[in-house]
Write a protein that binds this ligand. Structure first.
Ligand SMILES: *Cc1c(COP(=O)(O)O)cnc(C)c1O
Length: 233
C-alpha cells in the first residue's frame, strides 16, 4: 500500500480511537518516524499532507533534513537517545526533542539553544520499563529534572514521553501508558503548568490506539506509514 493510503487509514483509526475515548481527534498529532527511510519516502508523506517527522539519530537527520530546507512548515522531532556531545547539532536541527533524560543533557542543550537564540520545546523521556537497554530517566528523578529545566531559558518543557518494552499484544503496553498519564496528572496537580502543554508522547505503529485511549497527544508512527525498515544496507 502507498504511504498516502497508509496515512489515510491511520488518521481514520486515530479518529475512531479518539471517539471511543471521548477525546477530540484534533488533539492527537502524528509524528511520522522516518528513520532509515530515504528523502523520497518523506516527500511522499509530505505530498499526503504529513508535516511532522521524527528521527532517532542526529547523524542520520543531518544527512536528510537538508533536502527539505525549502519546504515550508516541516517540523523535525528527535525521538531517539541523545548523547550530550551531540546536543549542539540536535539543537540546530530539531524543532522538538522527545528524549530529554538527564540534567547534564538539559544543560548542554540549553547552552546550545541560548547560543542559537532559540527556545527548544522538550519532553522528558521516562523509563517505566526498567529495561537495561532502554533510555530515559526514572520516575523518581523526574521532579528534579523539571526544576532544573524550569530555570533554563533555552528550553521549554512540554510534556512526557515513554517507550515501553515491546509486546506483541498492545494491551500489555496499556499499564505503561496509564502510568505515564498518571505521572503527568500528579506532577500537574502538585505544580500546575510545570509541564507546559502537558503532551504525552506515547504509542507506536502497533499500539497507538491503546495509547490514545490512555491519553496520548503525540503518537510516533514509523512502519505503519513507511513499511518495514531494513537496516544494514
Ligand atoms: C522507531 C521509533 C518509533 C516508531 O516505531 P514503529 O514501530 O516503526 O512505529 C517510535 N518511537 C521511537 C523512539 C522510535 O525509535
Amino acid at each position: 500500500m502507498s504511504i498516502a493510503e497508509n496515512l489515510r487509514i491511520i488518521r481514520e483509526r486515530i479518529s475512531r480511537a479518539a471517539e471511543t475515548a471521548g477525546r477530540p481527534a484534533g488533539g492527537i498529532t502524528i509524528i511520522a518516524i522516518s528513520k532509515t527511510f530515504p528523502p523520497e519516502s518523506i516527500s511522499e508523506a509530505i505530498g499526503a499532507g504529513q508535516r511532522i517527522f521524527g528521527e532517532n539519530r542526529v547523524q542520520e537527520a543531518e544527512s536528510k533534513l537538508g533536502f527539505f530546507e525549502a519546504t515550508p512548515g516541516i517540523e523535525w522531532h528527535l525521538v531517539g537517545h541523545l548523547q550530550s556531545n551531540k546536543a549542539k547539532s540536535a539543537a540546530e536541527l530539531f524543532h522538538v526533542v522527545h528524549s530529554l533524560d538527564s540534567v547534564r543533557l538539559a544543560a548542554r542543550l540549553n547552552d546550545a539553544c541560548i547560543a542559537l537564540k532559540k527556545t527548544l520545546p522538550v519532553l522528558i523521556q521516562v523509563d517505566l520499563g526498567k529495561e537495561e537497554t532502554k533510555h530515559g530517566i526514572s520516575k523518581e528523578d523526574v521532579p528534579d529534572l523539571i526544576v532544573a529545566v524550569s530555570a533554563m531559558s533555552g528550553l521549554r518543557l512540554n510534556g512526557l514521553m515513554t517507550l515501553p518494552p515491546y509486546f506483541e499484544d498492545p494491551e500489555l503496553a496499556r499499564p505503561f501508558f496509564c502510568e505515564l498519564r498518571t505521572l503527568r496528572d500528579d506532577l500537574e496537580r502538585e505544580q500546575p503548568g510545570c509541564l507546559g502543554q502537558e503532551h504525552l508522547s506515547m504509542g507506536m505503529s502497533h499500539d497507538y490506539e491503546v495509547a490514545i485511549q490512555e491519553g496520548a497527544t503525540m503518537v510516533r508512527i514509523g512502519t505503519a506509514i513507511f513499511g518495514q525498515r531494513s537496516y544494514g544496507e
